[in-house]
Design a protein around this ligand. Structure first.
Ligand code: FES
Length: 416
């Protein structure tokens, strides 16, 4: 885990609102629309933890809450996704899964001795007493942070909601759909994992920083947790539940693809758009097909075909990309695969999915409805259903129309 270094992102002059504290000693500027991840990247902090098994350096990848590689300790609470948490002045952010939170990391010696990673499952397996010592050391090096330093300032609360329409995902499709159902007089709630920190359209997201973790068809219940103080456990029973969870960007296969500084291209584009930050140094896009072309344009970066990539090089962060035997210096590598529908929740709801070539998309009928068990009507809109991202808003609006029509015809329906 590294301290401050050359920045990966830069903010417009005069945009700093205060500072957060990294690893107990470095002060990091915070801008008005920063997440913890974007603030750290502007200070050049890229590696924020170590992997569980091989102790490889870990930093943010997806930049939108999908991958879990950005876990940090925030104000004494472990396992917070830095890419979802709004940064605030005075916040204390610490790395996880390291022996010393700052300064030289004695376990960095392992990087030299085990350059391919420390595989403790196959290391010192005999004699038995040596293996037991080794397992003790490995257990201390691995893990997912330590318990919270203190009780939460306020006890967690439970709130129950019974809207007409619950939309899971506040992207283009979810917001367009909610606008339509809201206009028709249906009580509509939109939840999204991103911590808006006041900088997303407050009319568009009802509950930000709210991650849905359970969708139980038989009970007709959706459960979510809103981070904050206090934390809020939210349960929902809605007549119409909409999956608008978008798509994820899977990693592409090349050597050192997990080095901090390798990020998902769309996550990076959306972060830059939201925060007004820009890359501080050269970015190279890796990928083939339309997603890579679009990312190259959005980031004004050269695109390298996957088949030409040999490896990423660097110590605790990206320093260069090796392409056909030539090392090209860069600060970030933006990976642009074909997006994979984010259908995990749909599968939990026992919805049918089918392979789309890059992932599993939700199967729905012409109106956007999904077959599922439960006392609700389940719908899917946008990329989770295999729709192109540029058509997601139109698709959301169209599925919103279907919900309004269904509400009008159902008993007691009250859509205008
Ligand atoms: S979950 Fe934060 S970068 Fe992927």
């Amino acid at each position: 885990v590294a301290g401050k270094d050359d920045p990966l992102l830069v903010r417009p002059a005069g945009e700093s609102l205060g500072q957060l504290r990294w690893a107990g000693e470095d002060w990091v500027d915070v801008g008005p629309r920063d997440t913890v991840t974007s603030a750290l990247l502007t200070a050049g902090v890229c590696a924020t933890s170590r992997s569980l098994k091989l102790r490889r350096h870990r930093g943010p990848y997806c930049l939108r809450g999908d991958c879990g590689t950005c876990l940090v300790r925030i104000d004494g609470r472990p396992n917070r996704r830095a890419c979802l948490a709004a940064a605030a002045s005075g916040m204390q952010v610490d790395p996880q899964n390291v022996l010393t939170p700052s300064g030289p990391d004695p376990t960095a010696l392992a990087d030299k001795l085990f350059s391919e990673g420390m595989d403790h499952h196959h290391f010192m397996v005999r004699p038995r007493f040596v293996n037991q010592i080794m397992q003790g050391v490995a257990r201390n090096l691995a893990g997912l942070g330590t318990l919270p330093s203190h009780e939460p300032d306020a006890p967690a609360r439970h709130e129950h909601h019974s809207p007409d329409v619950l939309v899971i995902g506040g992207g283009e499709a979810g917001r367009a759909l909610a606008r339509r159902t809201h206009t028709a007089g249906l009580e509509t709630i939109v939840v999204d994992r991103i911590d808006a920190g006041g900088h997303l359209d407050p009319m568009a997201i009802d509950h930000a920083a709210t991650g849905v973790f359970g969708i139980y068809g038989v009970e007709g219940l959706v459960a979510a947790m809103t981070h904050g103080s206090p934390e809020v456990l939210r349960t929902f029973r809605a007549r119409h539940v909409v999956l608008a969870t978008g798509a994820t960007e899977p990693l592409l296969p090349f050597e050192n693809n997990d080095l901090p500084g390798v990020v998902a291209a769309r996550g990076l584009v959306s972060l830059l758009h939201r925060t007004g930050l820009r890359p501080a140094g050269p970015v190279l896009v890796v990928g083939d097909g339309p997603a890579a072309v679009t990312a190259g344009k959005d980031l004004q970066a050269d695109v390298v075909a996957l088949q030409d990539v040999v490896a990423v090089h660097g110590g605790s962060r990206v320093e260069s990309l090796e392409v056909r035997g030539r090392k090209i210096p860069c600060r970030m590598v933006a990976v642009a695969p074909a997006p994979a529908p984010a259908s995990d929740l749909a599968r939990q709801a026992e919805a049918e999915v089918r392979f789309s070539g890059s992932g599993f998309e939700v199967v729905r009928d012409a109106q956007g409805q999904v077959v599922s068990r439960g006392p609700w009507q389940l719908w899917a809109a946008g990329e989770v259903a295999g729709v192109d991202r540029h058509e997601a808003a139109d698709d959301g609006h169209r599925v919103g129309e279907s919900i309004v029509a269904a509400a009008r015809t159902s008993a007691g329906g009250r859509a205008r």
